[in-house]
Design a protein around this ligand. Structure first.
Ligand code: ADP
Length: 574
């Protein structure tokens, strides 16, 4: 049944019941009223007239008004005859009263009239008694019928009270629960109402909606699963080892390449924390070091050499944090990391080939360049004939170029030795001042050419060092050559030797243009030259210097202020 009909029916029924109750009550109250009215008009008035007639009868003969009163009341009584026998007795009273008018002294007539009036009163009193019985009966049946109707109304109203609110509220309650379930993504939720009311239609619409949502959610899930598979396939087909870690540092996925180099089996790795895995696996420990101890900071990004599949491979480690912005929030959240090892073996192999090539070429070039040098010396010698000034200039220019060529081939050779790990250190005990002496002697010509003054400031108690004298002097020469190159004509350079905390520091200070902060660490990289700087170098000098100093256990660096000059230094522990 429709809710509207149900409500109309319920309220209508109550309405009808109220009317029924009112009608029954009115009917009985009316019945009672007519009963009492009947007694009043039909009998009470007669008694009144009879009483008046008795009083008038007593006065009759003495008071002329009495005859009139009697006649008047008798007339009224004649008009109020209601009971059986009352007409006859009233007639008798009239007849006897007429006879008494003729013979006023006849006491027998008076007695007869009294008897008639008494009979009249008795008839009416009996009638009152009878009618009052009827009125009582009416009142009793009124109580019964009103009670019955009231009970019926109460029962019907109570039934409505119990059923009607529930029949409306229960489906709403069930629907609310189901909507909440759907909101919580429990799309299998359905509602079941009897099907004829508006709620039935609502339930059918709701169930259709839930079904569609379920279908959509399933298709979305399928899509997500497919996406997931696609990403997994992509990751497993990448030739670089990749390990995915969640926010609790548990392994989420690991591709075949990563399994290959770590020697792990997938079921052993998945779901375990990297800390657990690193206990029995050195490589995992090394790879996850930055993740497990973030307070140590990122270590130096050196290529990692791994021996797997019967060959050496080189990898560059990168740890990528996965950060997401949850819907409705403003701060990013970390949900894990990727450990990505980029396989740089092909580049390394190319690099080796290049280094070997440079080593071979520079080695091969050294001999002809040296013989050119020798030939130039011979050309300059008197025994080969006098040169005119033009020829002399040409020879000098060839010599300068040859010196540069020799320097470049030496630097290239040094670099290739460093890169192939073939640095041969010839360590010996030597005084720092001696090394500085060698370097200053080698650069004197250049300094004089540019009129640069080389000043020295040495500490007095300098200890003997155990270093490769030639390579250290080479570094110092490189520093001084650079300083001269970047000094103005007629400028000056300061060489200092310090001994602090058992560390001897060599430094070369110039008053040139200085180096911008962004380039300070980069000048020690291979082939790096400051953009817009002096041309003609190779960008190798400082990088080789770094390798030479570090291979002897020393440290190297630069301090510089733009516009005020630079100080290049290296130091050795004593
Ligand atoms: P190069 O052979 O080009 O001099 P280096 O490795 O010796 O190579 O130097 C690298 C770069 O550092 C150079 O390009 C140069 O611009 C810069 N540099 C080196 N020494 C100084 C210095 N004393 N003052 C300013 N810049 C310098």
């Amino acid at each position: 049944m429709k809710i509207k009909l149900k409500l109309t029916f319920g309220v209508g029924l109550l309405f009808v019941l109220i009317i029924l109750l009112a009608a029954v009550s009115i009917r009985y109250v009316n019945g009672l009223k007519s009963d009492t009215e009947n007694i009043l008009t039909a009998n009470y008035n007669t008694l009144q007239y009879a009483r008046n007639m008795l009083i008038s009868l007593e006065e009759f003969g003495r008071n002329p008004q009495a005859a009139y009163d009697f006649g008047h009341n008798l007339e009224k009584q004649k008009g109020n005859v209601t009971e059986i026998g009352e007409d006859r007795v009233t007639g008798q009273v009239g007849a006897h009263f007429e006879a008494l008018r003729q013979m006023p002294q006849d006491s027998a007539l008076r007695s007869a009239i009294r008897r008639d009036i008494a009979e009249l009163m008795e008839i009416n009193m009996l009638s009152i008694e009878k009618k009052s019985g009827i009125a009582n009966q009416t009142a009793e049946s009124a109580v019964i019928w009103i009670s019955l109707t009231g009970t019926l109304c109460f029962l019907i109203a109570f039934t409505l009270l119990v059923n009607l609110p529930g029949s409306i509220a229960n489906p709403i309650e069930e629907l609310t629960g189901s909507i909440q379930a759907i909101a919580a993504q429990r799309y299998h939720q359905r509602v079941h109402f009897e099907s004829h009311s508006e709620f039935g239609a609502l339930a059918r619409s709701f169930n259709t909606m839930a079904e569609k949502l379920e279908e959509y959610a399933n298709s979305k899930l399928e899509k997500i699963l497919k996406e997931n598979k696609r990403i997994e396939t992509l990751i497993s087909n990448i030739h670089d080892p990749i390990i995915g870690i969640d926010e609790e540092k548990k392994v989420l996925f690991i591709n075949d390449e990563a399994l290959n180099i770590t020697g792990l089996r997938r079921p052993d790795a998945l779901g375990r924390t990297v800390r657990e895995l690193s206990v029995g696996n050195d490589l995992i420990r090394m790879l996850a070091r930055d993740l497990l101890n973030p307070e140590n900071g990122a270590g130096e990004a050196k290529p990692i050499k791994i021996f797997a599949d019967r060959k050496e491979s080189y990898f560059e480690k990168e740890i990528i944090e996965i950060r997401i912005l949850p819907t409705g929030e403003e701060t990013y959240q970390s949900i894990g990391h990727f450990i990505w090892l980029r396989n740089i073996t092909p580049f390394k192999e190319l690099d080796f080939a290049k280094t070997n090539f440079i080593a071979t070429v520079s080695h091969e070039l050294k001999t002809p360049i040296s013989s050119i040098q020798l030939s130039l010396d011979l050309l300059d010698h008197k025994s080969t004939g006098e040169l005119n000034s033009e020829q002399h200039k040409l020879v000098e220019s060839i010599r300068e170029d040859n010196v540069r060529l020799l320097k470049i081939t030496r630097e290239l050779l040094n670099m290739s030795q460093v890169e192939t790990g073939n640095i041969q250190l010839k360590k010996q005990y030597v005084l720092p001042e001696e090394i500085v002496g060698l370097a200053v002697d080698a650069t004197r010509g250049q300094a004089e050419q540019k009129r640069v003054l080389i000043r020295r400031a040495f500490a007095s108690d300098l200890p003997v060092l155990n270093v490769d004298q030639e390579k250290t002097a080479w570094v110092l020469i490189n520093f001084i050559t650079n300083a001269i190159k970047h000094s103005a004509e007629g400028g000056e350079i300061l060489l200092t030797l310090r001994n602090t905390d058992n560390t001897v520091t060599f430094s070369v200070r110039d008053y040139g243009p200085g180096i911008e902060a962004g380039y300070r660490s980069r000048v020690f990289e291979r082939y790096f030259q400051i953009p817009g700087g002096a041309k003609g170098g190779t960008g190798l000098g400082l990088s080789i210097s770094k390798d030479f100093i570090e291979s002897q256990g020393g440290t190297i660096g630069v301090d510089s202020t733009v516009g005020e000059g630079s100080t290049f230094y290296f130091s050795f522990p004593v």
